[in-house]
Design a protein around this ligand. Structure first.
Ligand code: MEV
Length: 311
């Protein structure tokens, strides 16, 4: 007898430019990381809905509050479809590290919603998927722009402006991004709240820096059009200076960005929420990217990945 089961997948993301500013209406340019994945499998369970994952193993209702985002998805699903209120066995496998600014919360939410709808053989519209993921992301992040939710379900880079547009972008750039994980848990909720506080206390400075980020995003788009790695690197470095002012860099991220630049990176910045998580460095070719990745690992990065910009 075949056991009923449902599968859902999603992948990670990195933000090339525009993190945090995107919450205040700037566009952000973000890229999918298709090699770093989340896979959710659902099979029937006996008495209770259970979760099997790196985060927690046991009855879902006993899971810690940092999994409230996932509980909320189940709760809303069962409210919308009371006829399917049955115990489920939910298994999450991930190669995408969690809480590293690479979109893991949006990816887990997306994979879970897809697995649920697959399990119950229900059609899932994009709008429905977005609605469920938004519920989970509001719990995980407080005030999400929606950029993570967009990229973790798509295979293309996007230029995204909150509630306004999501435009597919083709990079076709020479060069590589080295992504390095500080090993420190990034605190998206805290980082987003920290920027809000900085903005409140330094409104004029923030407005000026926000305008600078808007200009740097324009420079990035021109650099991509002209395949100009130097101009892209400069925009990354200047963005990092502003993100540092906005209190979302930290000692480790500063250390890794400096180490990358010393090792020959054309530009370097944190990516995603910051305060831990990941940084990215721009390299002119694959050999240089490998050298930079090696230096970053020697400087304390716990993992590195090399990502071609020719996509
Ligand atoms: C997190 O990946 C990106 C932030 O800009 C938050 C958001 O856009 O929701 C920090």
């Amino acid at each position: 007898m075949n056991i009923q089961h449902g599968i859902g997948t999603a992948h990670g993301k990195i933000i090339l430019i525009g993190e945090h500013a995107v919450v205040y209406g700037a566009p952000a340019l973000a890229l999918p990381l298709q090699d770093l994945t989340i896979r959710v499998e659902i099979t029937p369970d006996k008495d209770f809905t259970t979760l099997h994952s790196k985060y927690f193993n046991g009855k879902l209702h006993e899971a810690p509050s940092d999994l409230d985002n996932l509980k909320a998805i189940l709760h809303h699903f069962m409210n919308d479809h009371p006829e399917f209120s049955k115990p489920l066995c939910i298994t999450i496998d991930n190669t995408l590290p969690s809480e590293r600014g690479m979109g893991s919360s949006a990816a887990v939410a997306t994979a879970l919603v897809r697995a649920l709808f697959d399990y119950f053989a229900l059609p899932l519209s994009e709008e429905e998927l977005d609605e469920y993921v938004d519920i989970a992301e509001k719990i995980a992040h407080g005030n999400p722009s929606g950029v993570d939710a967009l990229i973790v379900k798509n295979d293309m880079p996007f230029l995204f402006k909150k509630n306004t547009y999501a435009k597919k972008i083709t990079l076709h750039m020479p060069g590589y991004l080295v992504i390095a994980d500080t090993g420190q848990v990034g605190q998206t909720r805290g980082a987003v709240a920290g920027v809000a506080e900085y903005r409140k206390e330094n409104i004029q400075k923030f407005e000026k820096e926000f305008e600078e980020i808007l200009a740097l995003i324009e420079h990035t788009l021109s650099a991509i059009n002209e395949k100009d790695l130097e101009a892209l690197g400069m925009a990354m470095n200047e963005t990092q200076d502003i993100l540092r002012n906005w209190t979302v860099s930290n000692e480790k991220l500063d250390e890794l960005t400096s180490a990358a630049l010393k090792a020959g990176a054309i530009g370097a910045k944190l990516t995603g929420s910051g305060r831990g998580g990941c940084m990215i460095a721009l390299a002119s070719n694959f050999e240089k990217a490998e050298e930079i990745a090696h230096t970053l690992e020697q400087s304390g990065a716990v993992s590195t990945w090399i990502h071609s910009l020719n996509r």
